[in-house]
Design a protein around this ligand. Structure first.
Ligand code: NAI
Ligand code: OAA
Length: 309
């Protein structure tokens, strides 16, 4: 059996931690690539030297040359700048848009059959750029948003109820920005609707904290943004593809009429398996939820309009 080849573009906080989770889960051999000379090589060697201790068999290679990424099954794009306190994710657009475009062109040149998982912010716009620059079918390009956002919401609920994190399920719709739409009515603890377990005002406070979850970490770290939960989320999405798990996860996916939207990436629940984004699932929304989703997607479109694609 052939091992999977996973490329992670950007060997910074998110990229290196993605490589760490991927190796620990033995998802395949890993290529870490960055423009910074020495950084991917040093981090890759350091990580691989953990293999004898941890007992994983992934080969981890660091490089500055895209030729070394050839024939990857999955490519994760984390290249670009992260925000600092006082910035929004949208403030990263002018720098990161060009990086995502050029990285995608290099990826496609060497791995014409891969899946592309985009992390770089603002992620819904970055995923759109990668989709256009790759020329790939929409099922092969998607972005990290809802797995992370719902992990935050799940964390807050589990701590509130003092129960296992695993027992809370939920999802978050819309763009990965301050107007994302956590869906309380689809949130359960051990199969019980959380609305029956937590008072409405406490739940609303947790929804608000989820919306600002990225900024909460940025304000602590000062020099950059979150990376442990983001990279764990990326690797859950990667694992679903590489193992054809067909899990239902909220991801930033290309919409073609779903939720009344077209030609835009936004967070929606989807079946993720060996064919990538296999099916987008449409759930019932009430008027307020629908309006919130439209507003959130409008924010993504406002950013898209700033690009000359
Ligand atoms: N979608 C999401 O939910 C999340 C998105 N992010 C985003 O991920 C991105 C990366 O964040 P961090 O890893 O914390 O930043 P970082 O600054 O630690 O690492 C970014 C790396 O990208 C590299 N890079 C820049 N241009 C490149 C190019 N053309 N080719 C290859 N590498 C290049 C840099 O040298 C640096 O090592 C940011 O845009 C951040 O906002 C972070 C967390 C969650
Ligand atoms: O907040 C940021 O800039 C990074 C990110 O997307 C997150 O942690 O949700």
């Amino acid at each position: 059996m052939k091992r999977n080849k996973i490329t992670v573009v950007g060997a910074g906080n998110v990229g290196a931690t993605c490589a760490h989770w991927a190796a620990a889960k033995e998802l395949g051999d890993i290529v870490l690539i960055d423009v910074a000379e020495g950084i991917p090589q040093g981090k890759a060697l350091d990580l691989m030297e953990a293999a004898p201790v941890e007992g994983f068999d992934s080969i981890v290679t660091g490089t500055n040359d895209f030729a070394d990424t050839a024939d990857s099954d999955l490519v994760v794009i984390t290249a670009g700048i992260a925000r600092k306190p006082g910035m929004s994710r949208d403030d990263l657009l002018s720098t990161n848009a060009g990086i995502v475009k050029s990285v995608t062109e290099q990826i496609v040149k060497y791995s014409p059959n891969c899946f592309i998982l985009v992390v770089t912010n603002p992620v819904d716009v970055s995923a759109y750029i990668a989709y256009k620059a790759s020329g790939f079918a929409p099922n092969r390009v998607f972005g990290l948003s809802g797995v992370l956002d719902s992990a935050r919401f799940r964390t807050f609920i589990a701590r509130e109820l003092n129960i296992s994190f695993e027992d809370v399920t939920t999802f978050v719709l819309g763009g990965h920005g301050d107007d994302m739409v956590p869906l309380v009515k689809y949130t359960y603890a051990g199969g019980i609707p959380v609305e029956k377990l937590i008072p409405a005002d406490r739940l609303e406070a947790m929804v608000e904290r989820t919306r600002k979850g990225g900024a909460e970490i940025v304000n602590y770290l000062k020099t950059g943004s979150a990376y442990y939960a983001p990279s764990a989320s990326v690797m859950q999405m990667a694992e679903c593809i590489l193992k054809d798990k067909k899990r239902i996860l909220p991801v930033s996916a290309y919409l073609q009429g779903e939720y009344g939207e077209k030609d835009v990436f936004a967070g929606v629940p989807a079946i993720i398996g060996g064919s990538g984004v296999e099916k987008i699932l449409e759930v019932d929304l009430n008027e307020a939820e629908d309006a919130a989703l439209k507003q959130s997607i409008h924010s993504v479109r406002t950013n898209l309009a700033k690009l000359s694609l």
